[in-house]
Design a protein around this ligand. Structure first.
Ligand code: SF4
Length: 327
């Protein structure tokens, strides 16, 4: 049993103040990952700061920016008319995540903060540099079917587990944070980090910072967006590979394209080189295949996840074809 104190707060300012007072405190909202981590002994905060009453549930268009509060639930975002109209890619990605019950409780901020589902991370009897730095990585020479093919380090090859974040990185989102030094903005692509030599850190949040909202610029991708998730069962399973694809087409010409992959790296994996290749070209199967080849440059498989070297480009081609044909 772990002992912790529990406190509720109603403003972001008070929440940040409470976090600063206690070194080993954590925010709790939906708790859909944090409670599991506490039950398994992976994390043991001394204090939980319940932020559910902080007014950060807004989903609204402000000028040409969609503002989504950190405490909006995954269901509220996925089913919101403005999100479905302007960012169907985000709605599809959210609907592909977890289960309906979990989406009802999980929040946008919590989704961003969720931790990898690497089995060694959750098993406190096993070595894991992410859970216990310096103990080694069980997965690199062990069971690594779900693990990274891009950006892995010698210390950790875990993958980022979110679907929502794959869409958000493709959509050029920005994260608004609040901390002891005030508010700052971070590009979504820079929010999560590669494992490198600090696999215990999943993101670039500074000590004492809180996620306030995500901002997404409007675009012309809505008519041709698709999220494809390949997984072991049709629901309630993490991605083996997923792809978020958005196309802006003039006839069959690609004016703009946004691509990101999930289930393949320690962070949502944006495919910028493949995007550059496709821009200005025709939306043909041959060009999609060439883009997939470019996207797979630098991929590296481990003993049990070599199948991803085929699955990832095939999923990218499928997502592009589905995005293109979507009316
Ligand atoms: Fe831990 Fe990362 Fe290795 Fe998994 S891949 S055992 S999370 S260090």
């Amino acid at each position: 049993m772990i002992n912790f104190t529990y406190v509720r707060t109603t403003t972001a300012k008070a929440a940040v103040g409470l976090l600063a007072k206690e070194k080993n405190a954590k925010f709790i909202a939906g708790g859909t990952n944090l409670v599991d981590l506490m039950k398994r002994g992976v994390t043991a905060p001394d204090r939980l700061i319940d932020i559910n009453a902080v007014p950060l549930k807004q989903i609204e268009l402000v000028g040409n920016m969609m503002h989504i509060g950190a405490l909006a639930t995954n269901t509220a975002v996925a089913e919101h008319e403005l999100v479905k109209l302007h960012f169907p890619l985000l709605s599809l990605a959210l609907q592909a995540g977890a289960s309906q019950q979990l989406r009802n409780a999980a929040t946008v901020g919590g989704n961003m903060m969720q931790r990898t589902r690497c089995g060694y991370f959750y098993d406190t009897t096993m070595p894991c540099n992410k859970r216990a730095p310096g103990t080694g990585c069980g997965a690199i020479t062990g069971y690594n079917r779900m693990h990274a093919i891009f950006g892995g380090s010698e210390q950790c090859i875990a993958v980022h587990p979110s679907d929502m974040c794959i869409a958000l990185v493709a959509l050029d989102s920005t994260v608004v944070l609040s901390g002891p030094k005030g508010e700052r903005k971070l590009k979504f692509i820079d929010f999560h980090k590669l494992a490198g030599t600090t696999p215990d850190k999943d993101n670039n949040l500074l000590p004492g910072e809180m996620i306030i909202r995500v901002e997404i610029p409007t675009n012309k991708l809505a008519a041709h967006s698709y999220y494809v998730k390949v997984r072991d069962r049709a629901s309630y399973a993490f991605a083996l590979v997923s792809v978020a694809a958005g196309l802006e087409l003039q006839g069959n010409k690609i004016v703009d394209v946004k691509l990101a992959m999930g289930g393949v790296a320690h962070k949502p994996w944006r495919l910028l080189e493949a995007e550059t290749f496709l821009k200005g070209k025709m939306a043909t199967e041959a060009n999609f295949k060439s883009a997939a080849q470019i996207a797979m440059k630098n991929a590296k498989a481990y003993k049990e996840n070599a199948f991803k070297l085929k699955m990832a480009p095939n999923t990218l081609i499928e997502a592009l074809n589905l995005a293109k044909s979507k009316a």
